[in-house]
Design a protein around this ligand. Structure first.
Ligand code: BGC
Length: 906
């Protein structure tokens, strides 16, 4: 470290000298300067910024050490927590003072103070000591608030209506209301709320919060999530009205091909408003028989089908005190016995807004004007439209991902009607955005309205609220567009659960899709809270025999064993979250379930060969990989992961057991599928890729396996044949096995099957199929042809980890690897990636055979750097020598900013 950071160390020594002097003499001024050299920011509890309503009584804290000096690291921390901000500010910490703890831990630091009970608000702050034992200032104060820890703290009743549709017919949306009088000003107020179905709460004419599609989708027979909102500002002294609109959502609306009412026949509400008045009085208003309901303008609403809105039925002022609800009816009471849990994951929200790039096709036939607008992006969400009406007129709004000869192509939506209707009550200008439905579309078509009356259209992009964590750019615009498409595939499909597609009558949590993409997903966004939620769904969905289903939350028709590469998501996903975020809790929470799954694999395999069930290498191109081969390969891979998971959790016996199991399954795999000279049964690319990526063939057979793999690619004209299962590993394997040249050939390939083919066809998201549309065949089978399916976007992990070269050695990038592997046409790439410790940057370019790179390693981490350079090398403009390794020159570096230069290795 001394050698690496010489310049800074000298400075620190010098400044340290001042410290000693200043400590004695003029402490405050000099000390302040030094303290400010490093600081603590971005405090989070359970991955969230100031969460309200968590049900974890010992939350885990994270913070980021801010200090860009070389070698900056944390050597100790102190956390203080108090029950009010005032107490914290005057150092009266009544909940917890950790004291100075000698540790470099700055993520997942467990709260270890007084026991916390429901409703407690905790104010906390952190400070740290750096590598020179200099103390930072206290961070800004962060908070978290505990929700209702026990289900019996909910005092209300489940309420609903007698409005029920049929198995296929939707029903009008109920509006529920209640008025309350508060005798004093409000000190604080919380709304605890959930529903079977979807809810949108309003207080005194204002929507509470910005969340959409709450409470999200869980298996409602096992777990129902609630949320808590601070509604102090929404309420007032005197009369108040609380209103809630209920949607069918996943609970009562259409899901897949199974029709409506999968969990229940109508939506129901469960809520509790707790108000503390300034005079100290506490008032609790819960859902009960005193609430009233009516139907209103939303005549029907369904996630797949869309919304029908009749403005003539609007209930003006329904969410305002004093509204005449004499004609409203009393709600019905329902007995529900459901396990209520706080929502650990992010809610869905409008995340960004798009404007149409152009009206693409405005066309009239003898009776109709078709107004088609192009949002310029295949997006998921809704539109907000400003339009001028004619009383009684109905506007029909349709959505399509793609046009077919200028017309809306909607056959690939299957039975999802994905159409909204709006009926005007008068000739005024209105602004309309549907609720409780979302569409996957690039094009939106309005009929029943003249073009001049469509005044403004905004695309409201909706997805789960995840922090974007990366930027990737290189000199090839096609590759940049691919990266763009990957990001948008994730945006459109991280909709409370990781779905396969967002537009047709499916939108399910396909486990296989989730596992192939999770590594890429964790580069693009902070997905730790999102998967904390979904991996609880995974445990809920596990079958009694230990298998995991094809989709999570499960549905009847997809509840049996998901089989190879799908069910294995139950091991791959928790393991990936652990690796990327250092989250051991996700491993311990899922461990019993994962062990049960491993036992299921043992029980169902014969001689450790897994049965040939389910989907195989889904959507591969003329390359059938045996399903038992895929299954057995994944079995071995699971065993490796389990041995590492057990080691993390200190279950040493299990580590031994799974290490041995891996060897046994590997032997079974070798015996069954690999010839003595290294040929693998079926000879498909996927069979070689799995064997190579999961370490299933012995070192001496690798050259033959690689030869066969590459030959197959070459024989197809430098193309892949892989489906969902093999594709994520194609370029990772080629690069790891010194065939980066072939990896780049495949990257740059523009004929299908390839990653760039869809890009050259104007795609703005990843397609479900390599050949979703081709010049010779036109559209693929409309029965299964989504244009927004992220699975093939799994190449993103290679772009980050190999092209930009950012990978991890220790979990959460505490020790990162920066090892770019240039090739093909790429002579410049830059990735900025926000880890839990701060931003890693790898920014390289090649000019006249010289490789230049700027690197940032965040404070409190270190990095191994392997650069593809040779000859005279400079680091920060000074000559330097590194360790010569296989693919270049290696340096071990502490945190800091660096630049290197050298001749590009041939
Ligand atoms: C889904 C896929 C899924 C597959 C399984 C499809 O209908 O869209 O993404 O993994 O079924 O076979």
């Amino acid at each position: 470290m001394l050698q690496e950071c010489e310049k800074n160390v000298k400075f620190l020594k010098y400044t340290k000298g001042i410290v000693y002097l200043s400590l004695k003499k003029y402490e405050s001024k000099e000390m302040k300067g030094l303290k400010n050299m490093h600081s603590v920011k971005s405090l989070k509890s359970e991955y969230l910024v100031n969460p309200i309503g968590i049900d974890v009584t010992k939350p885990r804290f994270n913070w980021i050490m801010v200090d860009d000096s070389c070698g900056a690291s944390q050597t100790a921390y102190q956390i203080q927590a108090a029950s009010t901000i005032e107490l914290l500010n005057i150092n009266k910490v009544d909940l917890w003072d950790s004291g100075k703890v000698a540790s470099d831990q700055s993520i997942h630091v467990l709260y270890n103070g007084k026991e916390l009970t429901s409703r407690t608000v905790v104010y906390w702050r952190a400070k740290i000591w750096n590598e020179n034992n200099l103390e930072s200032a206290w961070s800004e104060t962060a908070t978290f608030e505990i929700g209702l820890l026990n289900n019996d703290e909910w005092t209300g009743k489940w309420i609903g209506t007698d409005i029920v549709g049929g198995k296929n017919n939707t029903a009008p949306v109920p509006f529920l209301r209640k008025e309350i009088t508060l005798n004093d000003d409000i000190a604080s107020a919380r709304l605890y709320i959930t529903a079977l179905g979807l809810y949108e709460p309003y207080i005194n004419c204002k929507k509470v919060g910005v969340d959409l599609f709450t409470p999200g989708w869980t298996d409602y027979t096992k777990r129902l999530q609630y949320r808590v909102y601070d509604v102090t500002e929404n309420l007032q002294k005197g009369s108040n009205a609380i209103g809630v609109i209920l949607g069918d959502g996943w609970y009562a609306g259409h899901i897949s091909w199974e029709g409506r009412m999968i969990y229940g026949d109508r939506p129901k509400l469960f809520a509790q408003l707790e108000v503390t008045l300034k005079n100290g009085e506490i008032i609790t208003v819960a859902t009960d028989e005193s609430w009233k309901f009516s139907t209103g303008p939303i005549v029907e609403s369904d996630i797949y089908m869309g919304e029908t809105y009749d403005a003539n039925r609007e209930l003006c002022g329904w969410d305002k005190a004093g509204y005449d609800d004499a004609k409203w009816r009393q709600v019905f009471i329902f007995n529900e016995n459901i396990n209520l849990v706080a929502s650990p994951g992010p809610a869905m929200r409008v995340q960004e807004q798009l404007k149409p790039i152009a009206p693409v096709n405005i066309r009239k036939d003898w009776s109709t004007t078709y107004n088609i607008f192009d949002m310029g992006q295949n997006m998921v969400g809704n539109i907000r439209v400003k339009m001028r009406g004619k009383a009684g007129n109905t506007v029909k709004i349709r959505y399509a991902e793609i046009l077919d000869k200028g017309q809306m192509y909607t056959t690939n939506l299957r039975t999802a009607r994905s159409t909204d209707y709006y009926t005007f009550k008068n000739d005024e200008v209105v602004e309309y955005m549907p609720k409780f439905t979302f569409h996957g579309f690039r094009y939106v078509e309005f009929t029943g309205i003249s073009t001049e009356d469509i005044l403004d259209i905004t695309g409201m992009v909706i997805h789960s609220n995840m922090e974007a964590t990366s930027e990737f750019e290189c000199n090839d615009p096609l590759v940049n567009q691919l990266q763009h498409n990957i990001i948008w595939g994730q945006k459109g499909n991280y909709i409370d659960i990781p779905t396969d597609c967002p537009q047709r009558d499916e939108r399910l949590g396909w486990t296989g899709d989730a596992q192939v993409f999770i590594r890429t997903a964790s580069f693009n966004f902070d997905v730790a809270p999102f998967f904390t939620k979904w991996l609880a769904d995974m445990v809920d969905s596990q079958n009694a025999d230990g298998s995991y289903p094809s989709v999570v939350p499960e549905i009847k028709s997809c509840s049996s064993d998901g089989g190879p590469a799908w069910a294995d998501a139950g091991i791959i996903c928790p393991w990936t979250i652990y690796k990327c975020y250092g989250d051991t809790e996700i491993l311990s929470k899922n461990y019993a379930s994962m062990k049960k799954y491993m036992q299921h694999l043992l029980d169902t395999s014969e001689g450790l060969i897994r049965p040939p069930i389910m989907y195989g290498d889904w959507l591969s191109i003329n390359a059938e990989t045996p399903r038992d081969l895929i299954g057995t390969a994944f079995f071995a891979y699971d065993a490796t992961m389990m041995s590492e998971i057990a080691a993390v959790l200190n279950f040493n016996e299990d580590t031994k057991y799974y290490t041995e199991l891996f060897e046994k399954v590997k032997t079974a795999f070798l015996n069954r599928y690999v010839t003595p000279d290294g040929l693998i049964a079926s000879g498909t690319q996927t069979s070689y890729l799995l064997a190579l990526h999961f370490n299933l063939i012995n070192e001496d057979k690798i050259p033959m396996a690689m030869k066969k793999l590459v030959e197959d690619m070459e024989s197809r004209g430098n193309k892949i044949s892989t489906g969902f299962v093999g594709s994520p590993y194609v370029n990772l394997v080629l690069t790891a096995q010194d065939r980066n040249d072939m990896a780049y050939k495949l990257l740059h390939q523009t004929e299908w099957p390839s990653w760039l083919y869809a890009v050259t066809q104007g795609a703005t998201t990843i397609w479900e199929r390599w050949d979703g549309w081709t010049h010779d065949k036109g559209f693929q089978d409309a029965g299964m042809n989504s244009f927004n399916h992220y699975a093939y976007g799994a190449i993103g992990a290679w772009l980050y980890s190999q092209v930009a070269g950012i990978d991890l050695i220790e979990p959460a990038y505490k020790h990162s690897l920066i090892a770019p592997k240039p090739g093909g046409n790429i002579n410049k790439a830059c990735a900025k990636f926000q880890t839990m410790y701060g931003q890693i940057i790898s920014d390289w370019r090649i000019e006249d055979g010289i490789f230049n790179i700027s690197i940032t390693i965040p404070a409190n981490t270190k990095s191994t750097i392997i650069l593809p350079i040779t000859g005279d090398i400079t680091k920060n403009d000074k000559s330097v020598t590194g360790e010569i390794v296989k693919n270049g020159v290696k340096f071990e570096l502490p945190a800091g900013n660096y630049s290197f230069k050298g001749c590009l290795q041939k």
